[in-house]
Design a protein around this ligand. Structure first.
Ligand SMILES: Cc1ncc(COP(=O)(O)O)c(C=O)c1O
Length: 399
């Protein structure tokens, strides 16, 4: 028999359903949805003390509210972070972290293989305010070393990256970044809280689009920033509060419930993704398969070192042009065409013409995104049905 962990030291599965739970005087079993913009004070003195931060209580939902606090606390416990702050979208989380760190004259070093809008924040938005942005091949430690040989404010990357599943060695890059004085911010959307814990490998800050796997059922937009108490209090919180990046109580209610099943969904979706990736590798019409848990992945050893599963997204390149790839997508009967990911329903997109269409063609090709490349977010369906659907679609496009 294992020992009783005691209050405050529960294990992960327990935290997923009970972490952060705050019950009202009505004793509801499920987490309550507190849909209110403001809160009532017992006296003018209490209001004054709240604004002076002499007492801690909810004052206004742009600053925080009970259901949002439950989501933040549950995610914080699962991530093993000191502090968490929720945001209305994933991009709000990315901007709260990077915009909060960088002032005019700051320098940011980022991996080139970024989700399109994250790339825009680094390459266009922050430079407008006098921030220098430098991009490197995230898989190349020498490139990181060179870029981080001068003082730097922030380092930013996704691992695995969207859509070609390039990994960044979190521990090695964090060491270089810290020597350059930089704060390491990791977008852990593809890693998911289930398979990747960047803070345990030396990263300082994790950001999420909770829209993806955390909701996982295609309902709401949300995000979160996690890190040290000091980072969240002094860097992320002022950005989120003052810019109005807050999460709504309804979104938080959906997401706090979704966290209860996150690990279960991720285990099944990753097992499905493994099966689909292995099947894809055996198809003559498929020239490349990108999935970190395949032995053929160029960074398979690193994947096993810093992840506990390969995730839910498999990208692959069909031996065809854009028209052939479109024909394959259009022939699918179960898998839906959608640029979202992490959903319980399998979703597929053609990155070159959707998520990564704003990236110049040569840069896209350098990232491995070809006209025949498709990104498949594997859902909770029976893997044999997903495979059968892909097989009939491939037969339709490349007979
Ligand atoms: C890796 C990554 N980061 C951030 C985002 C932005 O998230 P949101 O759409 O919730 O703002 C996305 C969305 O696709 C993403 O894939």
């Amino acid at each position: 028999m294992s020992t009783d962990p005691g209050p405050g030291q529960q294990r992960r599965d327990t935290l997923a359903v009970r972490g952060g739970l705050m019950r009202s005087q009505f004793g509801e079993t499920a987490e309550g949805m507190f849909v209110t913009s403001g809160f009532v004070y017992g006296s003018a003195e209490e209001a004054e003390a709240t604004f002076k931060e002499e007492i801690e209580r909810f004052s206004y939902s742009r600053y925080g509210s009970p259901t949002v606090a439950m989501f933040e606390e549950r995610l914080r416990l699962l991530e093993g972070a000191e502090a968490a702050y929720a945001t209305g979208t994933g991009m709000a989380a990315v901007f709260a972290a990077l915009g909060g760190l960088c002032a005019a004259g700051a320098r940011i070093v980022a991996a080139r293989a970024l989700f399109g809008t994250c790339y825009t924040i680094c390459a266009e938005v922050l430079p407008r305010w006098g921030v220098e942005a430098v991009f490197v091949d995230g898989t190349n430690l020498e490139a990181w070393r060179e870029a981080l040989s001068v003082p730097t404010t922030a380092v930013f990357f996704e691992t695995p990256s969207n859509p070609t599943m390039q990994l960044v060695d979190i521990a090695a890059v964090a060491e270089l970044a810290h020597a350059a004085g930089a704060t390491v911010v990791v977008d852990n959307v593809f890693g998911t809280p289930a398979f990747s814990a960047p803070l345990q490998h030396g990263a300082d800050v994790v950001v999420y689009s909770a829209t993806k796997h955390i909701d996982g059922q295609g309902r709401v937009l949300g995000g979160a920033v996690l890190g040290s108490d000091e980072f969240v209090r002094t860097v992320a919180r002022p950005m989120i509060r003052n810019l109005g990046l807050a999460m709504s109580p309804f979104t938080a209610w959906v997401l706090v419930k979704a966290l209860e099943t996150l690990d279960l969904r991720m285990a099944k979706q990753a097992a499905n993704a493994c099966a689909v990736s292995q099947w894809l590798e055996a198809q003559p019409g498929v020239t490349r398969v990108f999935y970190p848990w395949l032995d053929s992945h160029p960074q398979a050893e690193l994947a096993r070192r810093q992840m506990t599963g390969g995730g839910t997204v498999v990208s692959f390149t069909l031996d065809t042009d854009q028209a052939g790839a479109f024909a394959a997508l259009n022939a699918l009967r179960i898998v839906d065409i959608s640029n979202n990911l992490g959903d319980s329903k399998s979703l597929i997109t053609h990155p070159a013409t959707t998520t990564h269409s704003r990236i110049a063609e040569d840069a896209r090709l350098a990232l491995g995104i070809e006209p025949g490349t498709c990104r498949l977010s594997v859902g909770l369906e029976d893997p044999q049905d997903i495979i059968a659907d892909l097989a009939q679609a491939f037969a339709a496009c490349c007979p």
